[in-house]
Design a protein around this ligand. Structure first.
Ligand code: HEC
Ligand code: HEC
Length: 460
């Protein structure tokens, strides 16, 4: 009978064996499962099957990129109505010899005021002539020839049968592209999205033979308008002048701001130094109100007659042109702009070891990354700060609807060191920017930490 009575130890051994077996099954199954998912789901990326919808979206993306690039580089949105018909800039460009006014603008002068020449647009024969110094760069006729080739970045000419200019218009590329100087200074391949910090927009605009309509708009005489335009300096423009008429800051300096880069903007919520709106809001704003293209623009914030007297008086917050040459181009233009990534800092342009140390300072002791959140280097969300928060005056902030400064996305800082930093270039160097934060936020950074931080900023 003893054999019928099971040894209690045997029972517990059997249980342990059963439990171990079950665990093994679960582990093996889980392993198979995760292998299956890894193989079939590419680490959570989803099945790699291209559907018809995917193909349509891909084709759409390619089409938008191509269209947007074309618009960014070459579209004037009909702004010849302003630049040629109204202020007659084309007549100053061609000069008396072609029926215009004054001496005309030679390629040398054009390059001196920061205009750029797209070497890819030049035919091989002209490239050879240029290389051998056989092109007359002092002759405005050469400028006209370059315009005919569509080689002057951001300036588009249309011509009469006799070869003189019928009109000129400007495109986004005028201010937001430069060239790589690969052929000669100011002549090279296009770099879209780079701020043209050589371009003297004010001096170019002040050449216009008929500034009376601008003077009327601002309620001043032409001489004053010229003084204002010439006060801007290279790489600068005042996008708010035609809204509020404020040409100078309380300290007497120009109220203009730096031309910002237009790359690395994907993922960034608000745009412009003072966060006026999204990329497409601002594109519509600029195309209608600054370039003076023919389109539609709606922003009732401009009806504020105290803050924006000129805009309110002229109904700039509700522009309706017929035909509308802008609105249909906004989708692809935005798409192209968001696709322009910030260029990588060239090796050797910064001290790599110091930059690695600087990254730690940026994220830790200096707390920069609280606002400049990597990898977009601005805040995901409402990326705006009061002037007090960053320790500067409120003048420019007050000229915008939200009265704040937008956290500048820092990628590609190395491309726009000319003209200084912050909206008005008040800090000549990155070292000056770091010193500012060091004192405003009492960061107690050592000289070494500051130097490392600068190298990191140059590496972005
Ligand atoms: C005459 C020079 C000029 C032209 C032409 C111009 N811009 Fe700008 N752009 C500026 C300036 C200056 C600012 C900064 C304005 C401000 O903050 O008040 C700016 C700001 C921007 C910004 C915001 C960038 C950021 O940091 O968020 C975008 C986007 C932009 N421009 C796109 C365009 C597009 C698209 C066009 C053509 C439709 C265009 N711009 C034409 C001078 C120009
Ligand atoms: C409270 C948020 C905040 C913090 C913290 C902060 N920044 Fe900024 N930063 C801003 C804002 C806002 C601007 C735009 C200022 C302007 O347009 O005048 C800016 C602008 C800059 C610019 C100029 C970019 C340009 O295009 O000219 C640099 C460089 C910069 N910050 C670096 C830093 C560094 C380095 C630190 C840490 C020491 C830091 N920031 C900390 C908000 C911040």
């Amino acid at each position: 009978m003893n054999s019928l009575i099971r040894n209690p130890n045997e029972v517990s051994l059997a249980r342990v064996a059963l439990v171990l077996f079950s665990v093994a099954v679960v582990v093996v199954f889980a392993g198979v499962r995760s292998n299956w998912f890894a193989a079939n789901a590419q680490n959570g990326k989803g099945p790699d099957k291209t559907t018809e919808t995917d193909r349509q979206n891909d084709a759409n993306a390619q089409r938008m990129l191509a269209e947007g690039k074309q618009t960014f580089r070459f579209d004037t949105f009909g702004d010849e109505a302003f630049w040629a018909d109204t202020v007659q800039l084309h007549r100053a460009l061609e000069g008396e010899a072609f029926g215009g006014v004054g001496p005309g603008v030679s390629p040398k002068t054009a390059l001196a005021v920061g205009l750029k020449v797209d070497s890819e647009a030049l035919p091989e024969s002209l490239v050879q002539e240029l290389k051998h110094g056989r092109v007359d760069l002092d002759n405005p006729a050469t400028t006209l020839a370059l315009l005919k080739l569509n080689a002057v970045v951001g300036v588009k000419g249309t011509f009469k049968d006799d070869g003189s200019l019928k009109a000129v218009g400007i495109t986004c590329a005028l201010c937001h592209s430069t060239v790589d100087d690969s052929f000669a200074p100011g002549i090279g391949k296009r770099l879209d999205g780079w701020a043209n910090r050589d371009l003297n927009v004010g001096v170019i605009a002040s050449l216009s033979p008929n500034l009376q309509p601008v003077a009327d708009l601002l309620g001043h005489d032409v001489a004053t308008v010229k003084t204002v335009l010439q006060s801007w300096g290279p790489g600068r423009f005042d996008a708010e002048l035609f809204l509020d008429g404020q040409a100078f800051r309380p300290d007497g300096k120009s109220a203009s701001t730096l031309i910002p880069p237009a790359f690395g903007l994907a993922g960034v919520n608000l745009h412009t130094w003072t966060g006026w709106g999204s990329v497409t809001h601002w594109n519509a704003f600029v195309a209608n109100l600054e370039m003076h293209g023919q389109g539609t623009f709606y922003d009732p914030r401009l009806n504020d007659a105290v803050k924006f007297p000129i805009a309110a008086r002229n109904n700039f917050g509700n522009v309706r042109s017929t035909p509308d040459l802008i609105t249909a181009k906004l989708p692809a233009l935005q798409f192209y702009q968001l696709s322009i990534s910030a260029p990588t800092a060239p090796a050797g342009s910064f001290d790599a070891a110091a930059a690695v140390r600087g990254q730690a300072v940026f994220s830790n002791q200096a707390k920069c990354a609280v606002c400049h959140v990597p990898p977009i280097y601005t805040e995901p969300g409402w990326n705006m700060h009061t002037p007090e928060e960053i320790g500067i005056d409120a003048f420019q902030a007050k000229r915008s609807p939200d009265e704040r400064y937008r956290t500048a996305p820092l990628k590609g800082l190395w491309t726009h060191q000319k003209g200084g930093f912050y909206h008005d270039g008040r800090f000549a160097t990155l070292g000056d920017v770091v010193d500012h934060y060091n004192s405003v936020f009492s960061l107690n950074l050592s000289a070494q930490q500051k130097a490392d931080l600068v190298e990191y900023l140059k590496s972005l």
